[in-house]
Write a protein that binds this ligand. Sequence first.
Ligand code: CMC
Length: 425
Amino acid sequence: MADKATLTIGDKTIEMPVLKGSTGPDVVDVRKFYAESDMFTFDPGFTSTASCESKITYIDGDAGILLHRGYPIDQLVEKSSFLEVCYLLLHGDLPKADEFEKFEHNITYHTMLHAQFDRFFEGFRRDAHPMAIMTGAVGALSAFYADSINVDDPREREISAHRMIAKMPTIAARAFKYHMGQPFVSPRNELSYSENFLRMCFAVPAEDYVPNPVLTRAMDRIFILHADHEQNASTSTVRLAGSSGAHPFACIAAGIACLWGPSHGGANQEALEMLEEIGTVDKIPEFIEGVKARKYKLMGFGHRVYKNFDPRATAMQKTCHEVLGELGIKDPLLEVAMELEKIALSDPYFIERKLYPNIDFYSGITLRAMGFPSKMFTVLFALARTVGWISQWKEMFEDPGRKIGRPRQLYTGPTERDYVAIDKR
Ligand code: CMC
């Protein structure tokens, strides 16, 4: 490939460097384009724009490949643990045994929340959506942990990263308990990350939670599958917020707010509610007709980057079968989901548009079987994605070429005009 791109505008020729990554498409470096042409580039949904350079996650959407620091997602799901993936995303390599022991200890010993923080939840209505609680609670962390918000201090950056990964399960479990009207359960240091989270969600004063290794492993896998996904909307939000020098607690709260949207992380709740609405296999053709008539979308289907199977969806479907098998649940919604997938994958409307199931298609059925109400699904996504956000924030912050994110626009509003007094309008 050429190392320069040439653009001719009228009688002017502009040359721009072509940059090469380690894999994936080359990029045309347009940074000097405005200075040389007096024009902006226009790409509102970032469909052709690489917003940053990154070494963390790589996706080949046509081949259905997802790599974290080079490691394929299916290998990480099968062989690794969520905490090991956290270390990998944050530090760039899989940890050696002593490095992992230290990391696990650090995370485990940061899981408790300030006692005053627990009272913070009581300000929310009991029927508040748990994502509304998450957005507010995470935004409030800086009021409790102000000793780790100096972004210019590498040690404080590290402490805040550990605090976020450690405290997110405690906050998420509290959002769940508050929503359910049950007392909070404190973390226990002898339990693993996922076991601890499940216990904080499902133990009650009258009955402790008995861990089930299949469900603990499923939870851990679900966390791994959601850990990072390069420059998606919420990650780009975190990076943009951080580009101003904002501390990570504020940036992650911004990411959570963005994730909640139904086109992004909110799709897992919507996908399950859609399956519930369809209800039975015989209603699928009518539902598909509504999708084709553009009345609504098939939630849990389609992706900006994947134009092939989402590798996370394949692993999620396997986990779904394992969980339902372990619990002996025959969920009629699984039958609806599998039939819907079969019909959609053979229908020209979906084939032409390259629409495949994404991670959210099977996660709802799995999480519901594990005992989570649909309003908690996006909270679990946020919990797991926190490590991706914080790793991307850290990479952005440590880039010596960091600049505040400041897009430009194509202005189509009124040109300059004089103010008219109210009685003359
Ligand atoms: N159901 C029906 N049609 C769809 C769907 C869908 N789920 N997704 C895209 N299309 C159609 C769309 O109408 C368009 O058709 P046409 O070319 O005739 O106008 C075509 O496919 C291309 O879609 P697009 O809207 O240009 O694609 P996008 O890249 O802008 O949107 C998306 C990607 C994920 C927002 C979209 O596929 C969608 O809304 N899916 C449903 C929500 C969902 O499941 N989101 C979770 C994404 S994975 C989890 C995460 O990482 O956030």
